[in-house]
Unconditional design. Structure first.
Length: 138
């Protein structure tokens, strides 16, 4: 399974392509079990994304079957998805897991559990870990 990298953007927003891809895989019954357990979990990036933009898992699942163009139109129509807010999200997203930032307490746990197969000694953020994991699959 290949997911868009965390930094990939749709409607200028990081993570939107990834959460939509996961929703589409879930609906096609092709999302691996470990991803299914964490899909839209409040403790993960999905949950951070949903909370930041005030959307729900059901919202994402409802829009996912539509074309990317429709997803972009839906997202841009959200009152919380104005360009300045998207820029704030992108800055926050890149820092998830750093000390003092959201998910800081989850980073060490993720390193020793889900991503224990990786050398995470230089990993400082969740996005770095996800990119390292994707690179290890190649």
């Amino acid at each position: 399974m290949t997911l868009p990298p965390p930094h990939k953007r749709m409607a200028s927003c990081m993570w939107l392509p990834r959460i939509i891809a996961k929703a589409r895989l879930l609906q096609a019954d092709m999302l691996p079990d470990d991803y299914m357990l964490r899909f839209c979990a409040t403790t993960g990036v999905d949950g951070q994304f949903l909370s930041f933009f005030g959307i729900t898992r059901q919202d994402v699942l409802a829009i996912a079957p539509h074309t990317n163009r429709a997803v972009i139109a839906w997202f841009k129509a959200l009152p919380t998805a104005k360009l300045s807010r998207i820029k704030k999200w992108n800055q926050l997203a890149e820092s998830l897991g750093r000390p003092g930032m959201p998910m800081a307490e989850r980073l060490e746990y993720a390193k020793t559990s889900v991503y224990s197969h990786l050398d995470t000694s230089r990993v400082e953020t969740i996005f770095q870990m996800l990119e390292l994991d994707a690179a290890s699959e190649i």
